[in-house]
Design a protein around this ligand. Structure first.
Ligand code: BTN
Length: 249
């Protein structure tokens, strides 16, 4: 049973974006930590880097979780991303195998994307006063129309419709589990779990950066969440911020 996350759930039928709704209302209405906003549809669902997020009405899970991780210094904010990705990954892992976190925080099953995460933090001084964890999970959608590469839903993978209510319960429990590890400062437990869930870890794969395309192995992430890749034909490890490197899959 989740202790922090999901004690209060706001259910909407339609909204521009659950992240916008949470950000615009949580402070004025003094929402409890762990409040969840979930909607049947978003008219302006947002993805990373100004992308949109496609989701058919009533088919998937679109939610935002409000946290107040005031204990977390700004330079550790990638830990929130890890915690959220691990919770999503573990919840999906209760239904299907081969679930991985594609850095920084896409969730993949095999070579297909099943969930995306958009985290928006409000910084006060040197710590994070509030954080909105936005999660889009493909549950029962059977066809995708946007140009997002390789989407997949749980229903497509399992060949049957899934109860979104039961899935949401499992999701909130799993994120709660990992958020408590963070609040208890169990950082190495989080880091180890993240590393062992990392998509393509240690596998020779192809990447493109501003110098061109090359083969290399993902070694992990550094303390601020930058991806570390060891090129095959070069001793110098390359370190990347989000969007500085692309996977060639
Ligand atoms: C991505 O992979 O680009 C991130 C997608 C995040 C989508 C979710 S859906 C709920 C929440 N509200 C939004 O507008 N975006 C996030």
């Amino acid at each position: 049973m989740a202790e922090i996350i999901g004690k209060s759930i706001i259910k909407l039928t339609s909204v521009d974006s659950t992240n916008n709704y949470a950000t615009n209302n949580m402070l004025a209405e003094k929402w409890y930590e762990g409040t969840v906003v979930v909607s049947e549809e978003q008219t302006k669902g947002r993805g990373q880097i100004n992308n949109s997020w496609e989701s058919e009405f009533g088919k998937n899970l679109l939610l935002s979780i409000v946290l107040y991780p005031k204990f977390l210094p700004i330079h550790n904010q990638f830990l929130l991303s890890k915690v959220c990705a691990l919770g999503v990954c573990d919840a999906i892992g209760e239904y299907v195998g081969n679930v991985k976190i594609k850095w920084p925080n896409d969730i993949y099953v095999g070579r297909k994307k099943i969930a995306g995460i958009l985290i928006e933090n409000i910084i006060m001084g040197s710590s994070i006063s509030s954080s909105v964890l936005g999660i889009g999970l493909n549950i029962n959608q059977n066809e995708f129309f946007s140009d997002a590469p390789n989407p997949v839903s749980l229903c497509q993978l399992l060949g049957e419709e899934i109860s979104r209510k039961l899935f949401l319960d499992r999701l909130l429990d799993n994120i709660d589990f990992w958020y408590k590890r963070l609040a208890d400062n169990e950082i190495s437990v989080i880091d180890d779990a993240f590393l062992s869930s990392l998509f393509l870890l240690n596998e020779v794969s192809t990447f493109t950066d501003n110098t061109g395309t090359y083969n290399g192995r993902i070694l992990g992430v550094d303390e601020i969440g930058r991806l570390k890749i060891q090129p095959k034909n070069d001793d110098v490890i390359r370190t990347y911020h989000f969007k500085e490197v692309e996977y060639v899959l």
